[in-house]
Design a protein. Sequence first.
Length: 606
Amino acid sequence: MSTYFRILGFAKPISNYALPYFVLIALATLFGTLNLALLAPLLTALFSPPGTKTIAAPESSVDIMAWFEYLTYRIQSETSQEQTLLWICVSILVSVFLSNLFRYASFRVMENFRIHTLLNLRKALFNRVMEKDLTYFTNQRKGDIISKIASDVQIVQFSVTSSLQVLIKEPLQLGAYLLVLFSISVKLTLFSVLVIPVSAWVISKIVRRLKSQAKDAQERFGNMISYLDEALSGMRIIKAFNATERIKSKFHQENIAFSELGKKMAYRQQLASPVSEFLGVAMVAILVLYGGNLVLQQREGLSASAFITYIAIFSQIMRPAKAITESYSQLQSGLAAGERVLEVLDEKDPFKEPENCVELKEFKNRISFQEVSFAYEERRVLRDIDLSIEKGKTIALVGPSGGGKSTLMDMVPRFLRPTLGKVLIDDLDLNLVRSTSLRSLIGFVNQDSILFHDSIRNNIAFGKPDASLEEIQQAARIANAHDFILETAQGYDTLIGERGTKLSGGQRQRLCIARAVLQNPPILLLDEATSALDTESEHLVQDALQNLMKNRTTLVIAHRLSTIQKADEIIVLDQGEIKERGTHYELLFKEGIYSRLIDKQSFHTA
């Protein structure tokens, strides 16, 4: 139950919803029960003519049915049978109206409670995911994360908040029915309530395995979302390699497994309803047999009208009991989904920032790597890297694929942390620097042109949202993007589609460069920044990048000679180690790895 109460914690302040709901549903229950209780005086007014017997006022103030009978007698004796019938019908009508009015108001309160819980839970989960270190996402399927934020949270808020609604409403309704039943016949009621614990025991046996099945189903659903995301993202490759049928089969198999689990859960959930209903009808039949004999034998002072009212009310008593048992089965699915959500919230970050982190206001001297090694689990990527990048210098990283270039670059903004060794900025360990202040000093242009489904203006101003249109246009001109932007349908307000799919690869890359230009950072990280540009655009953008890189500290990964030949130092990485270092011409004269890479890649001279 700890999962249940933790989820309810997202509804704080819960008293703002629970107390009004309790009051409203109590009033709705009161008048709803009164509707059925008024059957007895109604039947009395119809079938017991006035003057047949004399009725005294009840001695007990809580004997509800006796008071109804007494009031009916008084009205009959003072008016007529027709007037008595009119009064009772008007009372029933008013009672029904008030019951439904309060019930509707309680529904509104509970819906606000449900949406409030969903809002807070989804917000907390999304915030927690966004705060995760990048290493977290290397071990997680994106579809499973999406499933937890979208599907699991929805299941949690529906089942858990609905169960709270049932736990408040149905016991009240059950108690009100029992109070009236006891006022009619104590002996008959004590005999009848035996069905409730029997029913609860049978239902608990039926739904025992629902929680584990629900958790498996949510994990299967997460796998399906992952397959769907991969299929939609890789549609071009899937069709290019004629893999459509294979991908369809893979998704279909997962869909079958998810559907089979869903069927098993539904069978168990739906079995609870007919079982409880059968038990209820069986008990009513036994009551009719037992209570009917009491009426026929005129024992317990049970009149025919009171017995009919008793049966009518008892037939309704199974509804709240049934609702409680069904809520228990639904709650198992909610708790399973809740555990998956709480796993994300509870998972500890291996690299949590200390509270006394240093706020980095500016970059003054150098970035240093001191005996840095890094490994993904057991696979070593970097080994004993010693490197100093002085302020204002341009350092180029080259080497074969898989040599560790991107890993080394990702340590500067602390996307990754060394397994061994330290990365320093101005002699401060990056682990002691607040990440937001560090990244505010860094501009990024990645090999993958990462853009958002938004306007061109907002994509360029992503790192500086308060930038003026003039500043944005100036950054676009430097990145050689201004002319093609003006040719789009709405200029800088043109929507570029998801991941910029409405633009060419070169256009997307130039927008990424413009985004870095606008931020105007002291440190630049360029990972194949010109790889998607044609020869003409590359030449124009390269000039812009050279101007941008002046008086800035730049770490650049590139294969093209035009990008790296003017670097102050070139670092050749191979198998995670620095094999060569020097200027372009120094490395050419060595005729080592760097020289062979240039020959293989057929670089153009500047």
